[in-house]
Design a protein around this ligand. Sequence first.
Ligand code: NCD
Length: 305
Amino acid sequence: MRHLIDILDLSTEEIDELIVTAKDIIENPKKYSEACHGKKLATLFFEPSTRTRLSFEAAMYELGGNVISVSSAASSSASKGESVADTAKVVSCYADIIAMRHPKEGAPYVASMNASIPVINAGDGGHSHPTQTLADLLTICCEKGRLDNLTVGFCGDLKFGRTVHSLISAMSRYTNIKFVLVSPVELKVPSYVKKDIIQRKNIEYVQTTDLESVMPELDVLYMTRVQKERFFNEEDYLRLKDSYILTPEKLKNAKDDLIILHPLPRVNEIAVSIDDDPRACYFKQVYYAKIMRMSLILKCLGEER
Ligand code: NCD
């Protein structure tokens, strides 16, 4: 059974294959339009989402498959007290593959241990978000032409931002990567990311609170939202929420071929006036995300057969 719970579940070769298939889908969409005919995807989302759920669903429809969906915890039996394990067993009778988002870290893993169909983690609490990472990798690969020899800046909530944790983990596998970690002191990357991934792999990195001073170095700038829902107290959130707002002024010393990414939703981190800058790639990233999810669904269902 092929699950995707953490980005490390995929080898670098498998990520390369997913990217190759994604590029082929972009070139030849018709070839794939019936690839999942007769198959059902269940999207089980126990936390809010626009992009991730809809892009999984759009991906399955574009592969000729069907979708059944739980779009909130309140509308499901989770609100009656059903366990993740039981939900996974039940949904295995209805669908061929599950994409699950859950506020609890590890919930998709528990689902994968109990399901008889592949389970894809669509975001678990503040932990990880491997399919956003696949989308980010495809975006970087298509827009920069490479996944190695890059200085990648992460800016914003690096503590609770699960997309940051998964992308750092993935990028750490490529050669000559440097990380620039820009956050308020309170929102630095968790120590397991710093020690177990960045330092263990001997990757060059700097930690700073000042975005403008590092801007000229960056090939990729990954902006993130301060993760309101993970804060224990509203005062801290209000104090930190506007720590970084990217404006045209702040991009003055940036490289001409910088790419600006953001997993979205954007709250206030990027001025709308940047959207027309050719370096802004966050809406292209949304398109690449759907394509990469098509590639992933094909892989998981293919290995199943
Ligand atoms: C991200 C998430 O859910 O972690 N969104 C997404 O999936 N594109 C980022 C966020 O919510 O800030």
